[in-house]
Write a protein that binds this ligand. Structure first.
Ligand code: DQA
Length: 146
């Protein structure tokens, strides 16, 4: 039987991880996170693809594609978390689990980060664990898809 597929989407500025405000987001680079996600995917029996974009429309195109091709989605919408109704609308197309991940604890930060538009449509939300949050989310999705 073909293994189930999970897509991990990283939103704007997450391509700068490692360089970007390391005191908040840590020093691990996005490539390293993606590599570790693929390795963990193999261990838990999932095929993991990753995607990063700084563009809202490109993220929406990918979510629409995910609704056809993937069994689950992990998304860190980054700043679009707080603004994008269009991303929420596209997430509503998905039938499988959707886990929202943030590296930082957005509720401990500036008030404009306290509102997540995505939380209301996600299956679960994780934040404040740094890059470990992605691996926790993948393990959780593996359990949900069993
Ligand atoms: C973030 C938190 C957002 O507020 C911010 O705009 C980001 C990253 C996080 O992972 O902690 O770009 O989603």
């Amino acid at each position: 039987m073909a293994s189930k597929k999970v897509l991990v989407i990283h939103g704007p500025n997450l391509n700068m991880l490692g360089k970007r405000e390391p005191e908040i987001y840590g020093t691990t680079r996005l490539d390293d996170i993606n590599k570790r996600l693929a390795e963990l995917g193999k261990k838990v029996g999932l095929t993991v693809d990753t995607f990063q974009s700084n563009h809202e429309g490109a993220i929406i195109d990918k979510i629409q594609e995910a609704s056809q091709k993937y069994d689950g989605l992990i998304i860190n919408p980054a700043a679009y978390t707080h603004t994008s109704i269009a991303i929420i609308d596209s997430l509503l197309l998905l039938k499988g689990p959707v886990i929202e991940v943030h590296l930082s604890n957005i509720y401990r930060r500036e008030p404009f980060r306290h509102k997540s538009m995505v939380a209301g449509v996600a299956t679960a939300t994780l934040g404040g664990f740094g890059h470990h949050g992605y691996y926790m989310a993948l393990e959780a999705i593996a359990r949900m898809l069993k």
